[in-house]
Design a binder for this molecule. Structure first.
Ligand code: GLC
Length: 670
């Protein structure tokens, strides 16, 4: 087993408790229902459950309007049912993350009831109250995420209260020390019980500019990664200067507890801002949820670019994570189709980073059909930032072909069960060895047995169009994952032979693969590549990392792996010389290894260098490094660069240090 914290190698499974299992006949899910289904979750093979809110709530936003941060809504059970649920979860070696909603409470929370009473009420400052502008209009131009102004006037006191979401979800004032303490105490309440961490709802919104100035206009509303949707950039309503000190305080609360408790933040926004949520030295949230693969076109090159950009943008301490669906977005299977949902499953569970699965995705659950006029989602209105009716992603879990899919014995569930429940349910799909459910289970098992898939490095490799493939590598173990995004057959060139450990069709089309891997239409395949051969000297020539420059020298590694590692990790643009590569592929083990790389270093003012790395077959691991440039002029320049002569002349005992120094010197030159 690995010694990384559980949340790095583990898989998180999100439950929307209203829709998982009803045990009382109320038509809504509850804790006892979840307890009854824990064996299913454990058997699936995930490691942790994240449960959406269950606090006492008027349910204006289905629990994201909290009326008591240390209570349980009677709809779900009582505190002792919660305790039992937690104990049963832990008994199965699973973790529990709970949703914590720091930005706003319900307007029915006793704190707000007090706060609203008068301007001098002791709880007045726990929320954000402001006088109207002179003309009586709201204090600033902020808009609610669910549409309309973010302010509502209270006639009694003549002031507006701020609400980033519904009027019934007033924003809390994190500048007030008493409020802050009360919120941290609430977190401690659950930590004391033993919950393993929190998903912090809409967390960047707790930090606001002290003066609440107007937000500036957004020129690209609805653009991917902008502060999407609203016509304003939320730069003052999500004011990062205030957020980071707050994050540190959150971390203090969490870190006082043993057992690797986790903070995940719900964070959207542009990549650089998003990354900053990890904190400068990793003292922000452990992981901001990564939604970047949700709103993009489902195409191999776009998906790869999104992943690679993220990998490049992450500082070393930041552990990635991937989310393909949750209770706020369309169902995965409806977004990309049933066939591709299987490809997506492979990707989600094999990319470098913690996967978060959404309940029902393991069945390929499609968007629910919500009859007109029966919508429950308060965000389903034309002015909302949420452009869908989120009910479609919240329909009941489908357990069997029984009425209402075995979810409830009530006359009606709170949301309709999907029409396909008779065939798409746990009981049926469990019996089918090639169902999507069987695929998820197999995948989770393959992942659990592979250090490379859990914590290994990631490098995309060269592929034909419409295919995305990458290698995950840890020590000697190398897993190649190839995803075919089309309904045509494709071939991927392998750096070295291997054996298929899983394909999305769950058949055994072919086990051993040598040079070419065939991908059938809409197929994803995981290949375990032949393990590296340990070589004491080769291990010395390992990986160089110097602010984005990575140079890998290893005479037992496929050139493509090596190149793509350089490309994806280094920020260098690498042009390959094909003949050199072919030679390497054939020459594995026996012949001299010759890797010819044209490395263009854009950061060095267009300077172009060729590094020739050669391993001598007799000496096996004493590579010779030659540095030249591709044209005469550059060659002269290159020969004048400090460090090169040394690299050339030495017997390469200290290859790693030599090359490292060389790269540094080049960088300084540039
Ligand atoms: C988050 C939740 C969403 C909720 C909103 C307001 O975005 O995921 O469901 O409506 O916060 O709390």
């Amino acid at each position: 087993m690995t010694d990384s914290p559980w949340w790095k190698h583990g898989v998180i499974y999100q439950i929307y408790p209203l829709s998982f299992q009803d045990s009382t006949g109320s038509g809504m899910g509850d804790f006892q229902g979840i307890i009854q289904r824990l064996d299913y979750i454990a058997d699936l093979g995930v490691d942790a459950i994240w449960m959406s809110p269950f606090y006492p709530s008027p349910m204006a936003d289905f629990g994201y309007d909290v009326a008591d941060y240390t209570g349980v809504d009677s709809m779900f059970g009582n505190m002792s049912t919660f305790d039992r649920l937690l104990a049963e979860i832990h008994k199965r070696n699973l973790k529990l993350l709970i949703d914590f909603v720091p930005n706003h409470s319900s307007d029915e929370h006793p704190w707000f009831v007090e706060s609203k009473k008068s301007k001098d009420n002791p709880k007045r400052d726990w929320y954000i109250w402001r006088d109207p502008k002179k003309d009586g209009s709201p204090p600033n131009n902020w808009v609610s995420m669910f549409g309309g102004p973010a302010w509502t006037l209270d006639k009694t006191t003549g002031q507006y209260h701020l609400h980033s979401f519904l009027n019934k979800q007033p924003d809390l004032n994190w500048r007030n020390p008493e409020l802050k303490k009360a919120m941290f105490d609430a977190m401690r309440f659950w930590l004391d019980k033993g919950v393993d961490g929190f998903r912090l709802d809409a967390v960047p919104m707790i930090a606001k500019h002290p003066d609440l100035p107007d937000n500036p206009p957004n020129d690209t509303p609805n653009a991917q990664d902008e502060y999407s949707s609203t016509s304003l950039k939320r730069v003052y309503s999500e004011y990062y200067e205030n957020l980071h000190p707050l994050y540190e305080e959150f971390r203090k609360v969490i870190d006082a507890y043993d057992g690797e408790r986790l903070l995940v933040g719900e964070v959207w926004g542009p990549l650089d801002v998003w990354v900053s949520n990890y904190g400068k030295e990793g003292n922000g949230v452990h992981m901001p949820h990564n939604f970047r693969l949700i709103n993009i076109e489902w195409k191999a090159d776009i998906v790869q670019k999104t992943v690679d950009e993220l990998e490049d943008a992450l500082p070393k301490f930041a552990w990635p994570n991937y989310v393909l669906a949750n209770h706020d977005v369309l169902r995965l299977a409806s977004r990309i189709g049933q066939e591709q949902a299987r490809v997506a499953a492979v990707m989600l569970l094999t990319l470098r980073g913690t996967p978060t699965m959404y309940y029902g995705d393991e069945l390929g659950l499609p968007n629910g059909d919500i009859p007109l006029g029966k919508e429950r989602d308060p965000a389903a209105n034309p002015d909302s930032f949420v452009t869908i009716n989120r009910d479609v992603a919240r329909t009941p879990m489908q357990w069997s072909a029984n009425p209402f899919a075995g979810f409830t014995r009530a006359k009606q569930p709170w949301l309709p069960v999907s029409l396909d429940y008779k065939t798409r349910n746990v009981a049926v799909l469990n019996e089918r060895p090639r169902s999507i459910l069987s695929l998820y289970k197999r995948l989770l098992r393959v992942r659990k047995q592979s250090q490379a898939l859990q914590i290994g490095s990631y490098a995309a490799i060269e592929t034909p169009a419409d295919v995305y493939a990458y290698i995950r590598e840890h020590e000697r173990e190398r897993m190649l994952v190839a995803l075919n995004f089309t309904n045509e057959e494709k071939f991927v060139k392998l750096p070295i032979e291997g054996k298929v450990v899983l394909n999305t069709r769950l058949d055994s089309d072919s086990d051993r693969v040598e040079q070419k891997l065939k991908l059938r239409p809409n197929e994803a395949v995981i290949v375990e590549l032949r393990p590296g051969i340990p070589d004491p000297k080769a291990s010395k020539a390992a990986i160089l990392e110097d602010r984005g420059y990575v140079l890998v020298v290893d005479d037992d590694l496929g050139a493509r792996t090596l190149l793509s590692r350089i490309v994806s990790r280094s920020g260098l643009r690498v042009k390959t010389a094909n003949d050199g590569l072919e030679a390497l592929d054939l020459a594995y083990e026996e012949a001299p290894l010759m890797i010819l790389l044209d490395i263009m270093m854009p950061r060095l003012d267009g300077f172009e260098v060729v590094l020739r790395l050669q391993a001598d077959p007799q000496l096996r691991s004493v590579p010779v490094v030659a540095v030249t440039a591709s044209d005469e002029k550059k060659k002269r320049e290159a020969s004048m660069l400090p460090g090169i002569k040394g690299v050339l002349a030495k017997a390469q005992e200290n290859l790693v240090e030599e090359v490292e120094r060389f790269v540094k010197e080049l960088a300084q030159k540039g």
